[in-house]
Write a protein that binds this ligand. Structure first.
Ligand SMILES: [Zn+2]
Ligand SMILES: [Zn+2]
Ligand SMILES: [Zn+2]
Ligand SMILES: [Zn+2]
Length: 430
């Protein structure tokens, strides 16, 4: 877990934001390098060449009455769980569009299906808003058994994962939890637990004794703040690495064409709409993709979804936050004062935070490294803090779907566009 937020909320003292101000060249600047949080979740997750990309995940949320009583996460844990679950779903489906999620609420010593197994973020959002209420006590055995019943329909080539968000410190079960282990191993279901504030031995044992595909085990996380909850949920957006000897499976997928103008009733919501995607095998109309055809079980996707899923296999270069006064390589913006930027450790280019986020979330690759691989010369921040253009041609990048295209724009007049400043923090980067 990250150490920067290792206190309970009630243990925190007054947050002195002025402590992060530092004086440089007679000006006050915010020293954000000191609180260098995990900026790119993907770059921290390792660069495995094989991953389980088609995932079926059940989010098991502890909706016992304890989540409303505890006030350590404000206003209460129920509201925080609901809000951050939606943030997680947005992030998950952006990077795993061919995977599906179901949500189960554990309340009244049972597991209640809040949202069915689907890749539709709209359906999940509506169901969370309508059915997210707390009641009764927590029973992990009954909740996991309800999740297993949902995962029984998962195709054999996909992973079966249960991510439990647990607030209770105890569980009321009809049988010992150890009776679940053989069933979880036989069905290759990986159980991970995210606990708020404490570590329960029985839940940790459940994680350790679940899953068997490639010896993959579940993870046990203990979170104490909202930032840690966000960080752990971001970790679960990245598919687990698969062993080298894992057998590959060929899967049939359909690429439906969108038809506009004819009013049809969609198979998924039974609603009349003007634009539809027709299944290429059975012609069943669907209002949105990705989805699985409910008539012929063909997975309906677009080429963009495949590209976004496969992006997990491309190594993401590590980046670090720096304070610089350089021109952003992507948007060419340069502010008159020093600001926080992101620098790629592989190619050395600096990007503004907005561009870095877009490039990371949408393309999962470094724009500087891509330009370098095409043989283009790029401006790099040198050890002395001087920015030089070693070639007189600047290169602008026009972003297109599925990749980037380099367009020569103009001749640079000066070879040096930055001034030497020995006091800059970039001096110790290389
Ligand atoms: Zn529909
Ligand atoms: Zn079909
Ligand atoms: Zn930029
Ligand atoms: Zn790079």
């Amino acid at each position: 877990m990250s150490s920067h937020a290792a206190h309970h909320n009630w243990e925190r003292t007054l947050e002195k934001t002025w402590d992060s101000l530092q004086e440089r060249d007679g000006r006050l600047v915010v020293d954000t390098i000191a609180k260098d949080a995990q900026f790119f979740a993907g770059s921290q997750a390792g660069n495995a060449k094989r991953r389980f990309l088609l995932r079926r995940v059940v989010i098991l949320v502890d909706n016992s009455s304890e989540v409303v009583e505890e006030r350590d996460l404000r206003p209460n844990r129920l509201v925080v769980f609901g809000k951050h679950l939606i943030i997680f779903l947005n992030r998950f489906f952006a990077s795993n569009p061919t995977s599906e999620i179901a949500i189960i609420g554990a309340s009244d010593q049972t597991g209640v299906l809040i949202s069915p197994m689907t890749s539709s973020i709209v359906t999940h959002r509506e169901n969370i808003a309508a059915k997210f209420t707390a009641a009764g006590k927590f029973s992990i055995q009954n909740a996991v058994e309800a999740a297993v019943r949902v995962l029984d329909d998962a195709p054999p080539h996909s992973t079966r994962e249960i991510i439990s968000l647990i607030s209770s410190r105890y569980t009321i079960d009809p049988d010992p939890l150890s009776q679940l282990y053989p069933m979880l191993r036989a069905k290759e279901i990986v159980v991970s637990c995210i606990m708020v504030g404490c570590d329960v031995y029985a839940f940790r044992q459940l994680c350790d004794n679940s899953g068997s595909r490639g010896q993959t085990k579940g993870d046990m996380h203990v979170i104490r703040t909202v930032e840690e909850l966000d960080s752990v949920l971001a970790y679960h957006c990245v598919p687990k690495a698969a062993p080298e000897d894992q057998r590959s499976t060929l899967i049939r997928m359909g690429f439906p064409v969108r038809t506009v103008g004819t009013i049809m009733r969609c198979t998924c919501h039974k609603e009349y709409r003007q634009s539809m995607y027709n299944c290429p095998r059975c012609s069943a109309p669907y209002c949105d993709i990705p989805t699985t055809c409910s008539v012929c079980r063909l997975q309906l996707v677009s080429a963009t979804h495949i590209a976004r899923t496969a992006a997990h296999l491309r190594p993401v270069p590590e980046v670090k936050r720096v304070v610089l006064n350089e021109r952003c390589l992507a948007c060419k913006e340069k502010l008159p004062t020093e600001r926080e930027m992101v620098q790629c450790t592989a190619c050395g280019v600096a990007l503004c935070l907005d561009c870095a986020r877009v490039i990371q979330d949408d393309f999962r690759s470094c724009i500087g490294c891509q330009l370098k691989s095409t043989g283009a010369t790029i401006p790099t921040v040198l050890a002395t803090g001087v920015t030089k253009l070693t070639n007189t041609t600047t290169v602008a990048t026009k972003t297109v779907l599925g990749g980037s295209r380099q367009v020569p724009m103009k001749r640079a007049r000066k070879t040096v566009i930055g001034k030497k400043d020995a006091k800059r923090p970039s001096a110790d980067l290389f």
